[in-house]
Ligand binder design. Structure first.
Ligand SMILES: Cc1ncc(COP(=O)(O)O)c(C=O)c1O
Length: 360
């Protein structure tokens, strides 16, 4: 059966060569006589994968030595708790930007642990915009400023980073490894794997040494960044399958031009869709302000909900699935992560053009 163009928001499409490699190696890993997912996480086969995943990620990001990479379970959601538990213990303050559904969840958890100041609140604008980076100011004494680099549901993405004088802590779940970033601004980056990296359940945390040094010593083991950093993410059994797949994705990106390459592709894919929306202004409407439109999750509306349903059904029949907007906002959404071929975005743009001509 042919593979469709899968525009799902996550879990989402992965590079085909990676899936084929997994298929090839799944049952008998490199002639070991067993699968990697049947192997000890302390054995030589998995040890090689674990080390290569970390080294490959460091290479891809150009990560300096003063950052640790942690491979954790619990998805990005556990990080909504772990970040404040580690960094705000005892009620320390931090600044948060309320930019959409995911930021809201991060804030709700942080408020249970520390003192949270919301320095930007996009609620009134229905989360369809972001402030200018230069307008974001940190409050005195803030331990960090939390950003959600890309709001997967609302389709807003920071295109520039605030310069605030405190470390940025960033949920990069839905645009991790999709562009170059000025690492020096970030004290901690976390991302759930299931968009640009690998299977769900895994979260990667990148933490700078000075932030790690500040982390609480009072936490139970799994919640403690210090424990995971001290044990090279092998305090307990790591999620070996997601880490294995992530390692293959990382190798694939490193072997194909790295972040500059995916950045160009993201620009191409998103331009195809935003230009098509602009071409039919009386039929398609992107509700997001132009300066912060996401290059990963493109959202748009049609004139009626019935037409949206019809669009999604007909697109599916034409081999393009996952285009329904999140249930909380409706409309259409195309998630165009690294592994979505440019041809997929081109096919969708072409379908949009024909649909608008027919029904507009
Ligand atoms: C930006 C963002 N943050 C956090 C999450 C939560 O991730 P998880 O489901 O891995 O906990 C998601 C999930 O889609 C997301 O898009």
């Amino acid at each position: 059966m042919a593979r469709i163009f899968n525009f799902a928001a996550g879990p989402s499409t992965l590079p085909l060569p990676v899936l084929e490699q997994v298929q090839k190696d799944l049952v008998n890993y490199k002639s070991a006589g067993f699968s990697l997912i049947e192997a000890s996480h302390r054995g030589s086969h998995y040890s090689e994968v674990h080390a290569a995943a970390g080294a490959g990620l460091r290479k891809l990001l150009g990560l300096p030595d003063n950052y640790k990479v942690l491979w954790l379970q619990g998805g990005a959601t556990l990080q909504f708790s772990m970040v404040p538990l580690n960094l705000l213990a005892g009620g320390k303050p931090a600044d948060y930007t309320l930019t959409g559904t995911w930021a809201k969840k991060a804030i709700a958890d942080a408020k249970k642990v520390g003192k949270v100041t919301v320095v930007f609140d996009g609620t009134e604008q229905k989360f369809m915009t972001l402030p200018k980076a230069s307008a974001v100011k940190a409050t005195a004494g803030a331990t960090y400023l939390h950003l959600t680099s890309n709001e997967t549901i609302g389709g807003v993405q920071w295109q520039e980073w605030p310069q605030v004088g405190v470390p940025i802590v960033c949920d990069m779940s839905s645009d991790f490894l999709s562009r170059r970033i000025p690492l020096e601004k970030f004290g901690l980056i976390y991302a759930g794997a299931q968009k640009n990296l690998g299977p769900a359940g895994l979260a990667v945390v990148i933490i700078r040494d000075d932030m790690l040094a500040q982390c609480s010593e009072e936490l139970t083991a799994y919640l403690s960044y210090k424990v995971h950093a001290g044990e090279d993410s092998l305090y307990n059994t790591p999620p070996v399958f997601p880490i294995w797949v992530s390692r293959l994705v990382i190798d694939y990106l490193n072997g194909n031009g790295g972040l500059p390459w995916v950045e160009t592709l993201a620009q191409e894919r998103s331009s195809l869709l935003y230009s098509m929306i602009a071409k039919h202004p009386n039929f398609y409407r992107c509700p997001v302000d132009a300066h912060c439109r996401s290059k990963m999750n493109v959202v748009w509306r049609l004139p009626t909900e019935d037409l949206e349903k019809q669009f999604i059904t007909e697109a599916k029949a034409a081999g393009m699935d996952g285009l329904k907007g999140h249930r909380s906002v409706g409309g259409c959404r195309a998630s165009i992560y690294n592994a979505m071929p440019v041809e997929g975005a081109a096919a969708l743009a072409d379908f949009m053009d024909k649909f608008a001509r027919k029904h507009g």
